[in-house]
Design a binder for this molecule. Structure first.
Ligand code: B16
Ligand code: MG
Length: 214
């Protein structure tokens, strides 16, 4: 019997990938190379540091650790400027409704995101109070596909992993859920999210009744 639902943020609750893309592209352009929306696919669910490494590899650029830190900070400032303007109407279809439906059914809810900016985004879209636990990039040391982020979420909720369902749009995120012994609902394409128990196009296709059929 499912007792908790854990939600990824980018790609499940909101589409912040577009803002990450714009900020990374600006950085790549300043460094003298281009960065396409196609390249950006590789960064979904990946940490900020790892994202930068992937971009520098694409551009064939090598940087010192100190330079990398400065570049990541520069990108983050532009990103924060953009998410600072986010509004509740940017919540993906059905996301708020499903999280609320879980709560109404007595199912605990948690956020499990790699983003260190999660709190700001939740605040801007007005969803902070809908989560019983929030585990973000500031609270974890190991990135997805390591299950740390979701295991911490389950622990904060006081629920066993086997009684949890994770909602994820990234391959690494689905892998993290499975590695943690949880059920995984993929948001996206079945051909991509092969490890997920089921794959849906978005949370508007999800219902509380479906949780116990997984
Ligand atoms: P930040 P998620 C992830 O969010 C994004 O998908 C990924 O593109 C980003 O690099 C990562 O957060 C870190 O974000 O730079 O804000 O700390 O999908 O795990 O909710
Ligand atoms: Mg995601």
């Amino acid at each position: 019997h499912i007792k908790a639902c854990l939600f990824d943020l980018d790609g499940v609750i909101v589409d912040t990938a577009i803002y990450h893309y714009q900020a990374w592209k600006r950085l790549a352009n300043e460094l003298g190379f281009d960065f396409t929306e196609h390249d950006n696919e590789q960064l979904k669910g990946v940490s900020r540091t790892r994202s930068l490494e992937i971009i520098l590899e694409l551009g064939g650029v090598t940087q010192t650790e100190a330079e990398k830190e400065e570049l990541a900070d520069r990108k983050n400032k532009w990103y924060v400027e953009m998410i600072g303007k986010m509004r509740p109407d940017e919540i993906l279809p059905g996301a708020k409704e499903f999280v609320q439906a879980c709560r109404n059914a007595g199912i605990k809810t948690a956020l499990g995101s790699a983003s260190k900016n999660s709190m700001m985004i939740l605040d801007k879209i007005g969803m902070t109070d809908l989560f019983d636990a929030i585990v973000d990039g500031n609270k974890v040391t190991k990135a997805k596909p390591d299950p740390e982020v979701f295991l911490k979420g389950a622990e904060e909720l006081g629920v066993q992993p086997v009684d949890c369902v994770v909602f994820e749009d990234a391959i690494a995120g689905v892998e993290a859920a499975k590695a943690g012994g949880m059920k995984a609902v993929g948001i996206g394409e079945p051909a991509v999210l092969k490890q997920a128990d089921i794959v849906l196009p978005g949370l508007s296709a999800m219902t509380v009744d479906k949780l116990n059929e997984l």
